[in-house]
Design a protein around this ligand. Structure first.
Ligand SMILES: Cc1ncc(COP(=O)(O)O)c(C=O)c1O
Length: 383
């Protein structure tokens, strides 16, 4: 841990120096080439939400990126002429490995966790169906299926909309390609009971590989107690994925990773398609150790979630117990109509998932944006 911190600090200091000395050169080059006249001002809303829009549909963290990440991005952008150095890749893998008690060989770094999840779906989809809960973040499993690789065997949720681990386990055979779980789950926001999950995962992993997508785990009440990372070094056939898109507030900067056995990691590396930008590596190195930013983000997200929960409860609507930066609730109205009515008020929420037509997912955002959602909800649901 100490070594990783020292190396990272050196990297940051180098960044500071490089930034200072290159700032002037960039302007001069642009002016000389005439490509971007010095007077050109980009549309401030070219990226991020348009003016006046409360973007509460994508589970982002609008408080990010942290200052430490931004400092690193500036440094990295100035080095953008060069492919990312192996040292930077190694440094990030080492930081992640140190924090999780694994080795860097067990960490696969990709362009958001979507990429590593897609690679996993392509590898294991070939060997049999992807067994998963009926509602989960299925984009990457569908990526494989859409290419004719594998199929998704969706297992109905339990009556309380939690993941039905017993029913999933009952489906698993040695013919199963992979079991894919999402904990906390998206779009429900629910965390599986840790002891029940871990024992089910161990039994299933004796028959097939088990993937646990932990994109939102840092937001859970007890990340250490709930993560399945510990099962990997106990020798179970488990892959865990994480992302910098959620609590780290780096959805647009793109960095994610898997942790597995070194052997599985090697297999995944062979299928990953792209190379992440140097800015992604640098930002992640800056963000990963920024405990103050992580704590601040979590506090703001929980504050917003409590406001949303209270509003939904006051209206007497059903909602699920979320440990994430989104809340899934039953409005009693068509989800796509709710989405349209909110959009008319410049508030963006998710539309319908599968046949859950009366359920809406709202993401946490800046407190003032969440306040707008809370004020609009009674009228939109016709209360
Ligand atoms: C559960 C879950 N996993 C993975 C992802 C992929 O995110 P990213 O590719 O930005 O890491 C998302 C995105 O919303 C998600 O909700």
């Amino acid at each position: 841990m100490k070594m990783a911190f020292d190396v990272s600090r050196r990297f940051l200091m180098a960044g500071g120096l490089a930034t200072a000395s290159l700032a002037g050169c960039a302007t001069t080059a642009a002016e000389t080439q005439g490509a971007f006249p010095a007077t050109a001002t980009p549309d401030p809303y070219l990226l991020g939400p348009k003016e006046g829009v409360a973007l509460l549909s994508r589970n982002e963290n609008p408080y990010g990126p942290s200052k430490a990440a931004l400092k690193m991005v500036e440094y990295a952008a100035n080095k953008g002429a060069y492919y990312t150095s192996p040292e930077a890749i190694q440094m990030l893998a080492q930081l992640i490995a140190d924090k999780n008690g694994v080795t860097p060989e067990q960490v696969v770094l990709t362009t958001g966790s979507g990429e590593v999840l897609s690679a996993i779906a392509m590898i294991y989809g070939k060997t049999g169906p992807i067994v998963a809960p009926r509602l989960f973040w299925d984009t990457t499993a569908l990526y494989a299926v859409n290419q004719g690789v594998g199929s998704i065997d969706r297992v109905p949720l339990a009556a309380d909309m939690s993941v039905d681990l017993a029913a999933i386990e009952a489906k698993v055979t040695s013919e199963t390609g992979i079991v894919q779980l999402c904990n906390p789950n998206n779009p429900t926001g629910m965390v599986s009971d840790a002891a029940t999950l871990k024992s089910a995962v161990k039994r299933m992993a004796a028959k097939t590989t088990v993937l646990v997508d932990e994109a939102y785990m840092e937001l859970a009440d007890d990340p250490e107690g709930n993560t399945c990372i510990g099962l990997i070094d106990e020798g179970h056939d488990v892959i865990v994925t994480r992302t910098f898109s959620k609590i780290f507030g780096m959805a647009g900067l793109r960095m994610g990773y898997s942790i597995s056995s070194a052997e599985t990691a090697e297999k995944i590396r062979g299928v990953v398609m792209s190379w992440s930008p140097c800015t992604s590596y640098a930002a992640a190195i800056g963000a990963y150790q920024d405990e103050a930013f992580i704590a601040y983000s979590k506090q703001k997200i929980v504050e917003a979630r409590e406001m949303v929960n209270m509003t939904i409860d006051t209206l007497g609507l059903e909602r699920l117990p979320s440990q994430t930066n989104f809340v899934y609730f039953k409005s009693g109205k068509e989800a796509n109509d709710i989405q349209k009515a909110m959009a008319a008020k410049l508030i963006s929420v998710r539309g319908q998932y599968m046949d859950y037509n009366e359920w809406t997912r709202v993401s946490m955002g800046k407190i003032e944006d969440v306040e707008r959602f809370c004020k609009a909800l009674p009228e939109v649901v016709g209360a």
